[in-house]
Design a protein around this ligand. Structure first.
Ligand SMILES: Cc1cc2nc3c(=O)[nH]c(=O)nc-3n(C[C@H](O)[C@H](O)[C@H](O)COP(=O)(O)OP(=O)(O)OC[C@H]3O[C@@H](n4cnc5c(N)ncnc54)[C@H](O)[C@@H]3O)c2cc1C
Length: 431
């Protein structure tokens, strides 16, 4: 398996990179041969969660990162740690038995607790705040919020969700764009780049070795060992974990055929002073329930972070602030003409059914297909992969029952099919 991904030394110019500049640490590239129990490709949330659990259990772990720690989606996302995979529970229920779907739900609940515990345990300064609000723009989708609340309580034993009718929304949001909301106190939001830096520091303190600017170009399984090669170095390991997101490319074509890269974009306004508090008086993070959704929250330095849009196969608008402004001003008309200081994009790894793709083939394990919803689910992935490597693959076997076929016709056909799908969903969102 080979790849020609280049080594990258800089972070994209984002609000996160600017506000976490003080915590940036450079790590060396791998330039020789080394031996370890587990080698992980990718120093994002998935790789770091897996590494932390393995090292806590006494395994030797090496992480190889082609760019910098948190350079991928983990360091540029909306920071919304929401319970649930992108596909939601119905596709999981359709493919698994009740007990298995319930186990996945329980894993998500446990991950919401684990994130809070890790932040406290390692003293990670990442602006964590409790609370998430799903919102509905269309009255007919209000019922899906109620259904979600009902299912969470009745099927999954989670009765913390609270339905917010339109009349109460002004206590939560400074906009009348929405007709209802669903509040989840178990979710929350954080500064993802500071958080991923904190996880990396914790992993290193526990003994994990992280090499940056070390693009893995090929790997090979020989007997019960895996040899992983970068341009200048080589790792021989008992197992390999691929935690490379959409950047996996030719390193493992069988896996990368099962995801397509979808671009999503974010902007950060100038500091808004007192106006910020009025936008989201409740301090929660917010996501609407459109197919092509908006997500936003306010930062401790009183900026609005607003994300949304999507482009298939990784295309990026030439001027991200200009492309995002209409959506931002639609939600908050009072911010018309507001200064936008940062605009950046990133890629999400969508599977055909938006179900997570976790698996194992011999001594090679992987987790991908978070489909735009990974801040909390990557914590589940780290646990599931680490457990399997430590001898208990009960959870991994549940995930491996999910069907994640290759995109029909490969990426060439995935683009027009997905573009047509996007148009269809946009029309459904409008009417
Ligand atoms: C703009 C944006 C907003 C988002 N907002 C949210 C949100 O609010 N809430 C939410 O739940 N999810 C969100 N997501 C999704 C979430 O960020 C991801 O699902 C999650 O971060 C994936 O983590 P990861 O570790 O699997 O991948 P990544 O963080 O992308 O890490 C993969 C790493 O692997 C490295 N790599 C790849 N190939 C190689 C190679 N050959 N050799 C060495 N290294 C390699 C890459 O450089 C990269 O650093 C968002 C994503 C984006 C892009």
């Amino acid at each position: 398996m080979t790849s020609n991904i280049p080594a990258i030394n800089t972070y994209p110019r984002s609000y996160y990179a600017a506000s976490a500049a003080d915590s940036m640490v450079s790590r060396p590239a791998l330039t020789d041969a080394t031996e370890t129990d587990v080698c992980i490709v990718g120093a994002g949330f998935t790789g770091l969660y897996t590494a932390l659990r393995l090292t806590e259990a006494g395994k030797r772990v090496v992480i190889l990162e082609s760019a910098r720690v948190g350079w991928g989606a983990s360091g540029r996302n909306g920071g919304q740690a929401i319970l649930g995979f992108s596909c939601d529970m119905p596709p999981l229920e359709a493919q698994l038995c009740y007990e298995e779907a319930r186990e996945i739900w329980n894993l998500m609940r446990a991950s919401a607790t684990e994130i809070r515990q890790r932040i406290a345990q390692y003293g990670i300064d990442c602006d964590w705040r409790d609370g998430h609000l799903w919102t509905s723009i269309l009255p007919r989708r209000e019922s899906s919020l109620r259904q979600c609340q009902h299912d969470a309580a009745e099927k999954w034993g989670y009765d913390a969700l609270r339905f917010i009718p339109k009349i109460e929304l002004p206590d939560w949001l400074g906009t009348d764009h929405y007709c209802a909301g669903l509040f989840d106190p178990g979710a929350g939001h954080l500064h993802p780049l500071k958080y991923v830096f904190g996880l990396a520091t914790a992993a290193e303190s526990a003994g994990v070795q992280i090499y940056e600017q070390t693009a893995v170009v090929r790997y090979q399984e020989e007997g019960n060992r895996v040899t992983i090669e970068s341009e200048k170095g080589k790792v021989t390991a008992g197992a390999l974990v691929l935690a490379a997101n959409v950047y996996l490319g030719d390193l493992d074509k069988n896996l990368s055929r099962r995801i397509i890269p979808v671009g999503t974009f974010m902007v950060a306004t100038e500091p808004l002073g007192e106006r910020a508090q009025a936008l989201i008086p409740s301090g929660v993070c917010v996501t609407d329930n459109q197919f092509i959704l908006d997500y936003f929250r306010v930062t401790p330095d009183e900026r609005l972070l607003f994300g949304g849009g999507c482009t298939y196969l990784g295309g990026t608008p030439r001027d991200i602030p200009a492309a995002m402004r209409p959506a931002l001003e639609r939600v908050f008309p009072q911010l018309k003409g507001v200064g936008i200081e940062f605009g950046w994009g990133g890629m999400i790894d969508c599977t055909v059914h938006r179900t997570p793709d976790f698996g194992r083939r011999g001594n090679v394990l992987w987790a991908q297909g978070f489909s735009g919803h990974g801040v909390l689910p990557t914590c589940v992935a780290g646990r599931v992969l680490a457990e399997a490597l430590l001898g208990d693959d009960t959870h991994l076997r549940i995930f491996m029952k999910l069907s994640n076929p290759p995109f029909p016709g490969g990426k060439m056909f995935a683009a027009p099919i997905e573009a047509a799908g996007k148009l269809w969903y946009r029309m459904r969102d409008m009417f």
